[in-house]
Design a protein around this ligand. Structure first.
Ligand code: PBG
Length: 326
């Protein structure tokens, strides 16, 4: 006989589909990553990240205004310094490029868009690692988290509403929370890159910030192994216990299982980072005419939301926000 279940009834028109949609995608669900380089007089296009540039402070402010106008929920800033050193001093210098940029953005735009600062040392260290090194060349966890705490205070003072530690050191959230609280920044939000895999999808990002790891090294001794799922539960739980306000999973599409697990386990807001390699793959295939760039972007971002992300960090943020408001 005829089937009793007829799910297709609810797919017949766009209006019905919208009515029953479990997941929405709005401009305010998107956070735009932005790069600002010290000493630039003109924006510099990043070849492996089409449509994105290393900004001057002025072009950065302009881009943030454009994002805000499109309804984008937030921006996350990455600084590219002129000079690097062994201990990444530019990261925690009040006059470091990220701090100069944060002040300019907050002065121009205030609290109309959520201003976030990536908190890590890798853009500022001569060896390219996310922390300071021991004699034997490995990253010194405990000296590094003390410097993260200093960096957080400097970023908060410069106007960051959210600091986002991305270095995957143990105890980093605890050290940063204490540092912020001691300096009176009790309202500064910590968005923890809690679940961060050692991924080959960060390639274009490293071009964007001009980071190479010395001696052909990698980050496998501090970022997670793609083989592990339950390890992410421990990472996320530890960060919540240490005081993280927001928990991030990264990269997004290769880790939707983890996102979905955490959605069930935790009651803090979750986000995911649709990273540079995920963006670049869509751009490259679309350039060849093999896929529809905007349709794929919306499908991927919607799926990340469906898996449990409240918001998504994505290089598509302004483009998709503008598309959604048409
Ligand atoms: C580290 C950091 C990285 C990204 C964000 N923060 C790179 C890394 O861990 O090597 C990658 C983001 C992307 O690929 O879009 N500061």
């Amino acid at each position: 006989m005829f089937p009793v279940e007829r799910p297709r009834r609810l797919r017949r028109t766009r209006a019905i589909r919208q009515l029953v949609a479990e997941t929405t995608l709005a401009p305010s669900d998107l956070v735009l990553p932005l790069f600002v380089a010290e000493g630039r007089t003109e924006p510099w296009p990043i070849p492996s990240l089409p449509g994105h540039v290393q900004h001057t402070v002025d072009s950065l402010v302009h881009e943030v205004k454009r994002a805000q106008h499109a309804g984008v929920g937030g921006v996350i800033l990455f600084g590219v310094p002129n000079q690097k050193d062994e201990v990444g001093s530019g990261a925690y210098d009040d006059n470091g490029i990220a701090q100069v940029a944060l002040r300019a953005v907050r002065d121009a735009i205030g609290d109309e868009i959520v201003v976030m600062a990536d908190l890590c040392l890798d853009e500022y260290t001569s060896h390219g690692h996310c922390g300071v090194l021991n004699q034997n060349g490995t990253v010194d966890n405990d000296r590094t988290i003390a410097l993260y705490a200093e960096t957080a205070v400097v970023q908060a003072r410069a106007g960051a509403a959210v600091v986002a530690p991305s270095g995957m050191m143990d105890g980093q959230v605890d050290a940063i929370r204490q540092g912020l609280d001691d300096a009176g920044f009790t309202d500064t939000i910590i968005m923890a890159y809690a679940v961060k895999y050692a991924s080959a999808l960060y390639g274009p990002f490293r071009d964007a910030v001009g980071v190479t790891i010395q001696g052909g090294g990698d980050r496998r001794s501090y970022q997670q192994d793609a083989a592990n799922r339950r390890e992410s539960w421990r990472e996320a739980r530890a960060d919540v216990d240490e005081g993280a306000d927001l928990i991030m999973v990264k990269p997004a599409l290769t880790n939707l299982d983890v996102l979905s697990d955490l959605y069930a386990q935790l009651d803090v807001p979750l986000c995911a980072y649709h990273v540079s390699g995920e963006y670049a793959m869509v751009c490259a295939a679309a350039e060849r005419g093999w896929i529809d760039r905007q349709a794929v972007a919306i499908e991927q971002l919607t799926s990340i939301r469906r898996a449990g992300a409240q918001f998504v960090l994505t290089y598509f943020a302004t483009e998709v926000a503008e598309l959604l408001s048409l």
